[in-house]
Ligand binder design. Sequence first.
Ligand SMILES: C[S@@+](CC[C@H](N)C(=O)[O-])C[C@H]1O[C@@H](n2cnc3c(N)ncnc32)[C@H](O)[C@@H]1O
Length: 373
Amino acid sequence: MMKLRLCSLHYGVCANIWRRPVSHYCSNSKSIISSSSIEVKPKLPLYLRPPSFSTSLSELTKWHKWAKNLASSVGSSFVHLDNGPDSTLLQRELNWLLEDLLEVQHHSRVLPLLKSDSNENADVAVALRVPLEDLYCAWRQRIEERRPFQYVVGCEHWRDLVLSVQEGVLIPRPETEIIIDLVEDVALKNNPKLAQGLWADLGTGSGAIAIATARTLATRAHGRVIATDLSPVAVAVAAFNVQRYGLQDLIEVRKGSWFEPLKDVEGKLAGLLSNPPYIPSGDISGLQAEVGQHEPKLALDGGIAGTNDLLHLIDGAASMLGPGGFFAFETNGEKQCKFLVDYIEKNKPDSFCNIKIVPDFAGIQRFVMGFHQ
Ligand SMILES: C[S@@+](CC[C@H](N)C(=O)[O-])C[C@H]1O[C@@H](n2cnc3c(N)ncnc32)[C@H](O)[C@@H]1O
C-alpha cells in the first residue's frame, strides 16, 4: 500500500511525496566503518521497535484528541512564518505517527476506534512501541519546537528505501533521488562497464545515495561504493542503514573530509556522487524552522556563495576519477549550476566532457554531471 508522507523540499518548502511500503531488513554485526572510534549509537526507527508498552484505548483516544487539537491550533501560522507545515499536513503526520506506533496487524482494528466517540471499548488494551508519556512529549516537540517529523519517527522514505535518521544527520530529500536516475540512465547506459567499478558518495549523511547506488550496481555487476562523511553521527547512521539493508560487503563507510579518506583510490573511481552543503551562509537563518533549527549546519552551510564544497569537489574530481568516470553533484539550483559549468569550462577544459545541467522534479536546474576524459 502506498501512503502519503511529508517531506521538506529544498531545505525550505514542505511538499507531499508518496510514502513507500516498508521493507524488511537484514542485520549483521560485521563492522563496516573503517575509521577511528565511533561513539554514536544509531536509533531504531519507531516502526521497527518492539510493541512493549501498553495503554487503554481510552487513554490513547485522549492523547489523539489532544494531538489533533494541537495540530489544528497551528492553522497556517507556520506557512506565513517560514513556509512551514500547515495543520492539514500536521494532521497527516499524526496519522503516520499512529501507524508507526501500532503493530500493522492492529491498524484496522484500533485506528477506526480512535475516531469514534463510543465508550464501548474504552478498557481494551493497546500495545505501543513507546510509552504514552513519550507520545505527549514527541508531539509537543513536533508542534512547539518544530522538530522535524522524520526525527520524531526516526526514519525517512526515499526511493524504495526506509532510512534511519536522527538529529545530526540530514533528512534525505526527494530531489536527491534523481542522482540515482542519472547513475542508471546516463552513466551506466553510456558505459555499462562502470557498474563493475568503485564508486564514492561524498558527504553520505544517512547513506541514501551510497545505498541506492550499491543496489543499482548489484543488479548489473559487482561494483562497490565508498561512503564518506566528516560527521561522526552521519558515519554511524550511514553504517547502520548499510547494515539494515545487508550491504556491508558492497559499501564501506569512511570518516573524513571530502577526498582525504580516499587517498588509496585516487584515479581509480568509476563514479563520484555528492549532495554537498550548498546553502549560502546568509540564507541559513531564513530557512524553515524544521531545517534551520534542527538539521545539522555542517550539512547545509556551503559558505558565502554556497559553492565552497562544490568547487572543492570539482577540483578533486579530475584526479579521483579514472578515464571515462562519471560525476554528478547536487546544487542549490540555477545560478550555482551555471557557475560550476563556467568554472569547469574555464579551469578544467581538458579534464571533463559531456558536462550537463539537469533539472529536478520542479524543473529547477539542480544537478551538474559529466564524464572524466
Ligand atoms: C546536504 S548533506 C547530504 C547528505 C546525503 N548525501 C543526502 O543527500 O541526504 C551534506 C553532507 O556532507 C557532509 N559534510 C559536510 N562537510 C563535509 C566534509 N568536509 N567532508 C565530508 N563530508 C562533509 C555533512 O555531514 C552532510 O552529511
